[in-house]
Write a protein that binds this ligand. Structure first.
Ligand code: SF4
Length: 943
């Protein structure tokens, strides 16, 4: 701590604090128009002038030093600051100070600078081309905060200051309208602008995270702190509301992961809430049509169907797909419903389709199913190995924080077949052929062993399996690995040296590791690197950390929505675990593991599954080999679907139950680094929609089964009583403390951010090296299907796009592209922007070609945000041999020009990663009836 005096008062501030921070800590008010704590100080506006040891200084750029005597309150210093403000105000129009509420206008009011000081006549114009960011050039004071926010915090470098002298103004670096720039609409520039030159249009105008309710008498009336319901980063957000509607969503300045930042999804994509396509009445199938009915009739139909299926075919004839979008409490209740009310373990969630190999691989290597370290620790790494992940688009706030570290000197190795955003800043970018991760990791490990880049003490004292792995790695010298993966030998060596020589290396990985035929082997091969290096459980590195995809995919599994695992990952096959659950639940727990999602579909197609309840997943749009999924749904006699919108799955269901969204829910989510965070209802749901928590309770009541847990808080309390790793969690504690990571083994014990400091959680307490050989992917290109398709996410949309397509994100990314290399475009005579058909052994899709070098020759890439394009019908039924996670990342395809019948116009050229045609999933008509047509389930049934 630093001791100093501010206006005669002795005080202490932390090391590294500025004089500005010290004055504010002492209760002083200083304007600082070019300063924002989220980025580096500039000291350019001179509005924060103080005297320090007799010298006039800009307090924002002056470090607090021991013994310094700071004067800030004296009238002569106020006069200096007033003078600086008057210079700024003179270049602005009167409306910058009169009748507006901004950081600038408040500073002027405080120092007595009136509207008459504003003497510009304006006339520099506006840019209102972007749906979320409007620029009023006349209000720009060229403080540069937006530019630094874009470069230092977001890492996009989309903005610059142009012009000279008093005419200097912010502009997109690419020139042209804002909407066509590189802006990724994180909202950071809007949030930091001190004058209102940059604002979100509409009722959110002028609201910032520092001042969410600045306008006395304005429309905004409330602020609710909650956790983002899009990706697994788990940004803490402040939702500003008025009259039961969302006015704005602002990043929480104290958010433990996001630290005052957010992305285009969490920040802006909330218009879906009041979409006219929102389901507000249950629908029941009558032949080809889904007809609106009352809740009583719909729930009775579900309960009668469940009762009949169990009576006639046994509990194994029922399965439930729970939801990574739902809260922990809902997932806990859903799995309990299956086990207690139905008597089956056939409950699964979409981690099956994404990170089940991470959970299983990490458990096998280290003992627990979550990432090994908290992200704050991970960020201290001096070398990042980012494998099969594109956080800049899929986990934007994490991507921004990683980029920030890389720009400040941390070494960066990116492993990805594509030139993803981080790759541009990498020291080494390895581009393996899709499906060859295991070979590549073995190559890295081989070099580490050969060059003594391992931690022998750690391997001796805390690990097991070294002799077997060493023998295996003999077969993976760099030359052979280069042949297998296509990565140059020298790059393999360089990457191994960077990771192996780092003092504190960290590994982060995504679905490019897991969604493979041997995805679990891929996770374990990564874990090998951390173990060899002694970079896990030691503080000399930050282990292996999966970037979980959906907002609560970690929590859904933590809560036991898995066919073989009870809450807290207790094995269903373990009699003690079953007995513990039975004591809490009051009924025996079924012994036999249930069906995984692909097994549910197979059982349905075989006529063994009689009821499938799908909660918050659009399986007919997002699961691989969708023709087979649709066939399963059509074959199952009763399909129930909880949904926000008439999704593809809803259109094939027998009962559709309108559900609430994350902004309308009470509970908790678990983010990618195991932080449990509160989710609070910011707005009421539309009349007629009910939470999954209520729906499950209502069906259980009709079945005569009491689930207990009358509230979400009670559900988490019961889970805590049942599960040692969650024993310290409660809504009350989370409300008091904010985020708490698991394991948290008691109300008085802290949550553990970084794991295994004393021992690993494996049965023998050691980290386990795995000696699994590289095996080829399930599909390889051939003469008929000469290209490899990789699928993944784009920046502006989320999964099937059901929420992000129902709002202005659709303007930013209106069509979906197939990315392909210029060599392949020439080879297959495909022009940039032209419609293209893509065909695999399993299905076909229609997209718009985007020719560029992001994808390597021989590879193409597409997202799956527009189900109408059919991308997921292309992917195969191949799945990880251990966990059944689909092989989304490797599908052999061919491409051809599609003529004029492609799915939609190419739309605006998009320089950023992204895009697909306006997709309307078909809302119920005016009568509320959803016509499903000949392709729908009714038609299938009749035949
Ligand atoms: Fe939400 Fe993820 Fe964006 Fe954060 S990074 S605002 S959690 S979608």
């Amino acid at each position: 701590m630093i001791r100093l005096a501010v206006d005669g008062v002795e005080m202490s501030v932390p090391d590294g604090a500025s004089v500005l921070a010290a004055v504010r800590a002492a209760g002083g008010e200083l304007p600082s128009l070019c300063h924002d704590d989220r980025m580096s100080p500039a000291g350019s506006c001179r509005t924060c002038l103080v005297r320090a040891d007799g010298r006039i200084v800009a307090s924002c750029v002056t470090p607090a030093t021991s013994g310094v005597r700071v004067e800030a309150a004296a009238e002569e210093l106020r006069a200096l600051r007033r003078g600086a403000l008057e210079v700024i105000a003179a270049g602005l129009p009167r409306r910058a100070l009169a009748g507006t509420d901004s950081e600038l206008s408040r500073a002027c009011a405080d120092l007595g600078v009136g509207p008459d000081a504003a003497r510009s006549t304006g006339g520099r114009g506006a840019d209102t081309s972007h749906p979320y960011v409007h620029l009023d050039r006349d209000l720009c004071i060229a403080c540069g905060r937006c530019v630094r926010m874009c470069s230092e915090v977001q890492g996009t470098f989309a903005l610059t200051l142009t012009g000279r002298g008093a005419d200097t103004v912010v502009a997109p670096g690419t020139g042209g309208p804002w909407v066509d720039s590189d802006c990724v609409a994180c909202g950071g520039c809007v949030d930091t602008c001190p004058t209102g030159a940059l604002t979100e249009p509409g009722p959110a105008r002028g609201l910032t995270s520092a001042t969410p309710l600045p306008i006395p008498g304005g429309p905004a009336t409330g602020v609710t702190r909650t956790t983002c319901g899009y990706c697994g980063v788990g940004c803490s957000l402040d939702v500003v509301t008025a009259d039961g509607e969302v006015t704005a969503v602002l990043p929480d300045l104290g958010g433990p992961v996001n630290r005052g930042h957010a992305c285009v999804k969490g920040r802006f994509a909330h218009r879906y809430l009041r979409s006219t396509e929102r389901l507000t009445q249950p629908l029941l199938r009558h032949g080809d049509r889904l007809v609106p009915v009352g809740w009583d009739e719909a729930l009775r139909h579900v309960a009668d169907g469940l009762r009949a299926a169990v009576a006639e075919h046994g509990p194994e004839s029922v399965a439930v797909i729970s939801s990574a979008r739902a809260t922990n409490e809902e997932n806990y209740l859903i799995q309990k419903f299956c086990r207690v009310a139905i008597g089956t373990n056939s409950v699964d969630n979409c981690s099956r389709l994404c990170h089940s190999p991470s959970a299983l691989g990490l458990t096998a290597s280290f003992g627990m199913a979550g990432g090994t370290d908290g992200f704050d620790d991970v960020q201290r790494a001096d070398c990042f190995l980012v494998v099969g992940a594109n956080p800049v688009e899929a986990h934007p706030v994490v991507g921004a924080r990683l980029l920030n570290r890389a720009l400040r000197g941390a070494r960066l190795v990116v492993v990805d077949p594509r030139a993803v955003g981080l790759a541009r800043h990498a020291d080494v970018h390895l581009r393996p052929h899709p499906g060859t991760n295991v070979a590549l990791c073995h190559g890295l490990a081989h070099v580490m062993l050969a060059e003594d880049l391992t931690d022998e003490t750690f391997l001796r004292d805390r690990a097991t399996g070294l002799p077997e792995l060493t023998a295996l790695l003999d077969d993976y010298p760099p030359a052979r690995v280069a042949d297998l993966t296509g990565v140059p030998e020298s790059d393999i060596v360089a990457a191994a040296r960077l990771y192996g020589r780092a003092q504190r290396p960290a590994i982060l990985h995504g679905l490019g590791v897991t969604e493979h035929l041997h995805g679990t082997d891929g996770v374990r091969a990564l874990a090998n690197l951390a173990i060899l290096r002694g970079a896990v459980g030691t503080g000399r590195g930050y282990g292996v950390n999966p970037l979980r995809g959906q907002n609560n995919v970690q929590g859904a599994s933590d809560m036991g929505a898995l066919p073989d695992l009870l809450p807290g990952y207790a094995k269903v096959t373990d009699p003690e675990a079953r007995a513990r659950a039975a004591r809490v639940w009051g009924v025996p727990v079924p012994e036999r593991p249930g069906l995984r999602i692909p097994e549910m579909f197979a059982a349905a197609r075989a006529g063994r599954l009689r009821v499938l309840w799908v909660i918050g997943e659009d399986i007919c749009a997002t699961d691989p080999d969708t023709h087979q999924v649709v066939a399963a749904v059509r074959a199952c006699p009763l399909v129930v679907c909880d949904e926000l919108f008439p999704s593809e799955t809803a259109r094939h269901a027998d009962v559709v139950l309108p559900a609430t969204s994350w902004l309308e829910k009470d509970g908790t989510f678990v983010n990618f680094d195991r932080r449990v965070q509160r989710v609070r209802p910011a707005v009421p749901p539309p009349d007629g929609a009910r939470s999954d928590f209520d729906i499950v309770h209502a069906v259980a009541d009709l079945l005569g089964a009491s689930l207990g847990c009358p509230t979400p808080a009670a559900a988490l309390a019961e889970c805590a009583a049942l599960t040692p790793d969650f024993a310290g969690l409660s809504h009350e504690r989370l409300d008091r403390e904010g985020a708490v990571p698991w394991p948290c083994r008691g109300p008085d014990r802290p949550g553990e951010t970084s794991l295994y400091r004393e021992r690993f959680a494996t049965p023998d307490g050691r980290a386990h090296l795995a000696a699994a050989p590289y095996l080829p992917p399930g599909e390889e290109p051939d003469d008929t299907y000469p290209l490899v398709l990789v699928t993944g996410r784009r920046w502006a949309h989320y999964n099937s796009g059901s929420m992000t397509r129902r709002g202005p994100n659709l303007t930013l990314a209106p069509v979906d592209f197939l990315d392909l290399h210029p060599d392949d475009a020439e080879r297959f005579r495909i022009a940039d922007g032209a419609p293209v058909s893509v065909t695999s052994r399993h299905g076909s899709a229609r997209l718009v070609a985007r020719v560029g070098r992001e994808s390597a020759p021989g590879q193409v890439f597409a997202a799956f945000h527009f189900p109408a394009h059919g991308v997921n019908s292309l992917t195969s039924g191949n799945a990880d041999t251990v966990t059944s996670c689909p092989e989304y990342k490797v599908t052999a395809v061919r491409v051809a020009p599609a003529g004029a019948t492609a799915p939609g116009p190419p739309g605006r050229p998009d320089r950023r990663p992204g895009i697909g045609p306006g997709f309307t999933s078909g809302a119920p008509g005016p009568s509320g009836v959803l016509e499903v047509g000949a392709e729908g389930k009714g038609a299938e049934r009749r035949s």
